[in-house]
Ligand binder design. Structure first.
Ligand code: UT7
Length: 331
């Protein structure tokens, strides 16, 4: 059975930089509060009219160029997002159209912050059974257009950024290389701890003037509750993956945790006993880009030469749903 290798990485973030000081002009917050509680210094937000598909196309083109393959070698697209360009048909088909890849399957999946890990799990299974050989796996979000920029929404608005990361996955027979295993979970008992109530198909209409006035279209979170679960589930998921492979945390060359809060990443790092140079964080510059955080960080880490052939890469995520998961990849 072939394994799944990551043969190219790419990312795209909007040019517009929004600093903590910018946010402090629109809501009652401060650079100090945001840095201290989250580690975030700035984030990228799209200009009006930018689409997720457009950002995704740019990230995919970089990933394909790095892989050294043409777009027409791609057999399928798997795309994680909680902020689709349109409620339906999502974002993937628009990306497919932009890449000129008519006919190949496009799967948009949710799983929020765990979207990339869920997508990797699905794509890896497709590749291992031989259904597809080359897959574009994308995480893309436009969060900025859905945030409450008044003080009412400050707990969420300061956290999120826009951007896209993409990888090219391809079947390989090279011994020891590729995805070793993926481990994905969910617990819907906590669905409303981090969610957007509207628009909702349960409502009639999908969204009402009352909903808008009450701000039900904005994401809401019980931050401390999410934090508590994240710092438990993420190390647990890493250990699950290591145990499945008969490895230990010492074997990890690079850990890329989902970028939700620098304090969460640091606690996960501490629980795993990893030195600073074995963990990649970039939340300081991009905030939380949800499904895009891991592939953006991975693309940056590759650019910086942080991964060498044979290294053990671990990715781990936790987020809305709750969903969480991990994967081990031999680079
Ligand atoms: O990617 C999905 C997963 N998401 C996460 O993992 C996020 C997990 N949660 C967190 O990262 C943290 O809980 C937050 C960063 C969201 C919040 O940090 P916290 O230390 O848990 O603060 P808190 O929510 O307990 O709020 C503390 C205080 C409150 O004021 P009072 O009630 O103590 O007077 C908030 O109203 O901070 C206030 N506050 C703010 N102040 C300035 C909340 N947001 C802000 C803000 N600026 N942006």
């Amino acid at each position: 059975m072939p394994r799944t290798a990551i043969i190219g990485t790419g990312f795209h973030v909007p040019e517009r930089v929004v600093t903590n000081h910018d946010l402090a002009q629109w809501m009652d917050t401060s650079d100090e509060w945001i840095r201290e509680r989250t580690g975030i210094e700035e984030r990228r937000w799209v200009e009006d009219g930018t689409t997720g598909a457009e950002m995704a196309r740019r990230a995919c083109e970089s990933a394909l160029a790095q892989a050294g393959i043409d777009a027409d070698e791609v057999d399928a697209i798997v795309l994680g997002t909680l902020s689709p360009d349109h409620f339906f048909p999502g974002t993937g088909v628009f990306l497919q159209r932009e890449l000129g890849l008519d006919g190949i399957p496009c799967l948009d999946l949710r799983a929020q912050c765990t979207g990339f890990v869920y997508g990797l799990s699905v794509a890896d299974a497709w590749i291992r059974v031989g259904q597809y050989r080359t897959i574009l796996l994308v995480g893309v979000e436009i969060q900025s257009t859905g945030l409450d920029l008044s003080t009412r929404g400050r707990d969420m608005a300061v956290l999120f950024g826009d951007g896209c990361g993409a990888v090219v996955l391809q079947a390989t027979d090279e011994a020891g290389r590729g995805v070793l295993s993926t481990h994905i979970h969910a617990d819907g008992r906590h669905a409303e701890v981090l969610w957007a109530d509207a628009p909702s198909s349960v409502g009639h209409p999908l969204i009402s003037v009352d909903d808008l006035e009450a701000g039900r279209q904005y994401p809401r979170m019980e931050g401390r509750e999410v934090f508590k679960h994240a710092v438990t589930r993420m190390p647990e998921a890493v250990h699950e993956a290591l145990d499945a492979q008969g490895l230990t945390a010492d074997d990890i060359d690079l850990l890329i945790p989902h970028q939700a809060n620098l304090r969460i990443s640091q606690m996960v790092q501490k629980r795993l006993g990893l030195a600073d140079d074995r963990v990649y964080n970039n939340i300081q510059r991009y905030g939380n880009t949800t499904a895009a955080t891991i592939p953006i960080a991975l693309a940056e880490a590759v650019e910086q030469g942080r991964l060498r052939r044979g290294d053990l890469l671990c990715v781990v995520a936790f987020g809305s749903g709750f969903t969480w998961g991990s994967a081990l990849i031999r680079w």
